[in-house]
Design a protein around this ligand. Structure first.
Ligand SMILES: Cc1cc2nc3c(=O)[nH]c(=O)nc-3n(C[C@H](O)[C@H](O)[C@H](O)COP(=O)(O)OP(=O)(O)OC[C@H]3O[C@@H](n4cnc5c(N)ncnc54)[C@H](O)[C@@H]3O)c2cc1C
Length: 616
């Protein structure tokens, strides 16, 4: 093994230094902007990523906060199509547009971030000359939900799901020798306590019942939990089938835990953040049906039992998550960015970002470009965007809005009022994903875990990002070298906020207001206290930290307790996505479903809508 320090190692260190040793953030950002060959290479950037500094302030100032728009400089460029948003939906829209209208059509994709992919981003760490990959946002492919359209695109991209399945034993921290684990921290529970062999949310074999004595909670809470887990009954036995369904979908899970499960505040609190990763929401926002479906306990109280197989989650996953899908799409649109790359080699292939925005290519991707105005005018679309503090204007024949819906009313002020109201309604659920490169997994191995739920902490769970292989990239589950630990979840809003939308906004604000130092302090303290007993030293063993903030995370999926049961065609996402002149709407929001396959399907629909003549 080589011990040579490469340029990437140095850059990685520059990112680290910015976390604490006095380099100004701007100097560190400038240093980490360059890749091995001195070209921009965003995936290696550490610190605050996702909604990174510089990516959202312009949009907030000129759209949300109503600052008068600067006078734009007109650009002498013409495009058949401009796409707003370089996430999977925007990239797929470019693919479908070329397929439908010809590969030589000029397409410009604008995105406010310094990297493409939208949520589907990758974090690269380079240590000792070796690449370590972590997922920066969108994780995996739920291929059993693919439509024919999505399956066909995956085939075109060479994505082979059975092969991906064979190449992974990654299981979100459930593969430790001692099974799943819950970690109670001293700040919240008075003592640091790791309880292995059980989970708060999982199959019957991981029930906490045999382990409750080890939980550092009051005797009262333990007694309540013991009774709750032991009881086999049907508290809804007196209800008709319709009444039963009604109860499960209209009752809050926390109300159910209290009134039917006999759990007091302290016991209920254990489950408060258990759905942060799966929903991006506080568990108290879910109905009984939604919470039970998500794996929370209580089936035993309604006369039902869970099967072990209910928890199988056989997803397709790349080492950098669905960033590989975004990269495969970009390579298809701009082949010179990584000539000859395939789905087998995508994980380890460097991309030449200087190829992204070249006028000689049919497709151009322009990053760090925040669109602040889009208007349909006389059979064309006129756009204004910000780049480097200046405003630019251009005209295209057509436009696909592949950005999230709640921002569109600010950007497209001339849309019908009902459409803007529907878009505003679709507030996304915030998510937080912090990747920490540690020197070795040995402390995890010694404790017999490869992840843990952390009910008292900022991130509700953590897991080792290993056991995923593709094309020359291997991060085996027994590799002795450095390994990323993923801290996963959302951010709780302050207590006492009742309104669902206010909770989301408060959570988003909190996420953006916490500093890098706040996040760094949190993950250092968790790793030290959890792994310290197994010889881990945060000071010595943490090699890099990348915080991916997604204040606009999962698409707003409709919830039992907060959303209406709209008739077909009248749901907010259906009103929000209606074509307006030469503007159509993609993004996962257009399907009200937080999935990559939805983002792709909505892209195909948004492009197909151009088949009809313009509406004016
Ligand atoms: C942390 C996380 C984990 C997830 N995990 C999964 C998973 O495991 N499986 C799954 O299927 N889905 C997952 N999702 C859901 C994910 O949202 C979708 O799968 C998909 O990536 C969404 O793609 P999109 O193109 O619709 O939206 P986005 O990825 O949000 O892309 C839209 C882009 O438009 C940009 N934009 C917004 N406004 C402007 C503007 N004014 N000007 C220019 N650009 C703008 C945005 O910043 C963004 O880059 C996850 C999401 C998150 C956040």
């Amino acid at each position: 093994m080589t011990t040579k320090i490469t340029r990437r190692d140095l850059l990685q260190d520059a990112g680290l230094i910015s976390l604490g040793l006095g380099i100004t953030p701007s100097a560190a950002a400038a240093a980490t902007t360059l890749g091995a060959d001195h070209k921009p290479y965003p995936p290696t950037r550490t610190g605050l990523r996702g909604s990174h500094p510089g990516s959202f302030e312009g949009a907030h100032a000129y759209t949300r906060d109503g600052l008068p728009h600067p006078k734009p400089q007109p650009l002498d460029e013409s495009f058949d199509l401009v796409i707003v948003g370089a996430g999977i939906s925007g990239l797929a829209a470019a693919y479908y547009y070329q397929k439908r209208f010809g590969p030589d059509r000029k397409i410009l994709i604008l995105d406010n971030h310094d990297d493409f992919g939208g949520h589907a981003k990758r974090n690269e760490f380079h240590q000792g000359g070796r690449l370590q990959l972590a997922i920066g946002g969108t994780h995996n492919l739920e291929y059993w939900q693919f439509s024919e359209t999505v399956s066909a695109l995956m085939q075109t991209l060479g994505v082979n799901i059975p092969k991906l399945r064979q190449q992974t034993d990654f299981n979100y921290g459930r593969n430790g020798a001692k099974g799943q684990a819950i970690w109670f921290d001293a700040e919240t529970y008075g003592v640091n306590q790791l309880v292995t062999g059980c989970s708060l949310k999982g199959p019957p074999s991981t029930s906490p019942l045999p382990y409750l004595d080890q939980f550092p909670i009051s005797t009262t809470a333990k007694t309540q939990l013991r009774a709750f887990y032991q009881r086999q009954t049907d508290v809804l036995a007196d209800l008709s089938s319709a009444e039963r369904g009604d109860y499960l979908h209209t009752t809050g899970y926390f109300d159910f835990l209290e009134s039917k499960g006999g759990l007091g505040t302290e016991a209920r609190q254990l489950f408060k953040t258990a759905c942060h990763g799966s929903w991006g929401l506080e568990t108290e926002c879910l109905s009984v049906a939604e919470a039970l479906d998500d794996g929370l306990p209580g089936l035993n109280l309604i006369g039902e039992a869970a099967a072990e197989s209910d928890w199988d989650y056989p997803v397709g996953i790349f080492p950098d998550g669905n960033a590989s899908i975004a990269r495969l799409l970009v390579q298809r649109l701009i082949p010179s960015i990584a000539p000859g790359v395939t789905a087998d080699t995508i994980a380890t292939t460097d991309f030449d970002y200087s190829q992204l925005d070249r006028p000689q290519n049919a497709v151009q991707i322009r990053l760090q470009s925040t669109v602040i105005n889009v208007e349909h005018q006389e059979g064309a679309v006129r756009l204004t965007y910000l780049f480097g503090g200046k405003a630019f204007a251009l005209t295209a024949k057509r436009c696909v809005m592949a950005c999230y819906h709640s921002v569109i009313p600010y950007i497209c002020p001339t849309l019908p009022a009902a459409q803007k109201a529907a878009q505003r309604y679709q507030v996304k659920y915030p998510l937080l994903l912090t990747n920490v490169l540690i020197r070795s997994r040995a402390p995890f191995t010694q404790l017999g875990i490869d992840g843990a739920a952390c009910p008292g902490r900022l991130h509700s769970a953590l897991f080792l990002m290993n056991g995923v292989e593709t094309g020359g990239y291997a991060q085996a589950s027994d590799d002795p070298g450095p390994v990323p630990v993923t801290f996963w979840g959302s951010l709780s809003p302050p207590d006492g906020i009742e309104n669902f939308w206010d909770k989301l906004r408060a959570s988003r604000t909190r996420m953006l207001n916490l500093t890098l130092e706040d996040y760094e302090r949190e993950v250092r303290s968790v790793l030290q206290d959890l792994l310290g007993p197994a010889g881990f030293s945060a000071k010595r063993d943490i090699l890099a930290i990348t915080v991916n903030r997604w204040p606009h995370g999962y698409s707003h999926e409709y919830l039992d307790l907060w959303d209406e049961d709209w008739p077909r065609g009248e749901a907010p996402h259906e009103i929000a996505r209606q074509r307006f002149g030469n503007i159509t709407f993609a993004n996962a929001d257009a399907g009200a479903s937080a999935y990559t396959h939805t983002a792709i399907e909505e892209a195909a629909r948004a492009v197909a809508e151009f088949d009809a003549p313009s509406l004016d």
